[in-house]
Design a protein around this ligand. Sequence first.
Ligand code: HEC
Length: 250
Amino acid sequence: MKKQILTLILSVLPTFAFAAGGAHIDSAPINISDMESVKRGAKHFVNYCFSCHEASYMRFNRIARDTGMTDAEVREELIFTTNEKGVPTKVGSLMKVAMTEEYARNAFGGPVPDLTLTARSRGADWIYTYLRSFYIDPYRPTGMNNLLFPDVSMPHVLSSLQGMQKAVYKTETRQGVEVEYVDHLELAQAGSMTAEEYDAFVADLVNFMVYLGEPVQNERRSLGIKVLIFLAIFFVLAYMLKKEYWKDVH
Ligand code: HEC
């Protein structure tokens, strides 16, 4: 029996090793209770991402309510779109974009994913790493590739801020064959931000996307703590009551 269990563990191990391989993922330095950061991230999102990606399960005024913005601020800082008649998008509207699927197919070879729930499907760390992993690749249509998402069809829309990175290759002999792989990325052309500023910019953006995936999460956490405090107090009361009821029996 022992032998069988050991065999089972050993046969499963390589699967884990394989799953753990691949590109390195950095941990995103985010804090979801920092609403100022979420607010900055929302502005970055509408300025740099919203032209292609929608967040179609979110409304502008929900972000306003949660981050403490007024309707006027939302109109000024988050809404740059109008309807066909030129009337500005309403503050209560869903965050949808006008791009049709056919246009996206022609431009990018496929649909542009909705980003409302991406922080939940991919995880914050993945998005944080992805937005910092673009590098120059002349063989790609946009001239850029991505270490985490090879052959991605999204252009490096933040290159004016980050600058452009190039891949530094290394060679290694694996089973007698010499293979070349990307060791790391380094800045080849500077952007308008330093590396630290760019990382902070992306962290705010990711923080916003984590908020987007579950807008009630701060409320859920603080409510959870209150419920646990209530249960702790209630436990003492219930215990005292039990003692009172049973004191004549024992
Ligand atoms: C010019 C259009 C365009 C802009 C602007 C844009 N993206 Fe993208 N993005 C795409 C396309 C197209 C894909 C699909 C890539 C693929 O499948 O190869 C994509 C994919 C992604 C993905 C991967 C989603 C998944 O789960 O596969 C993330 C995350 C993402 N974009 C984030 C962003 C963020 C954040 C911004 C703003 C800084 C942004 N994008 C701006 C076009 C765009």
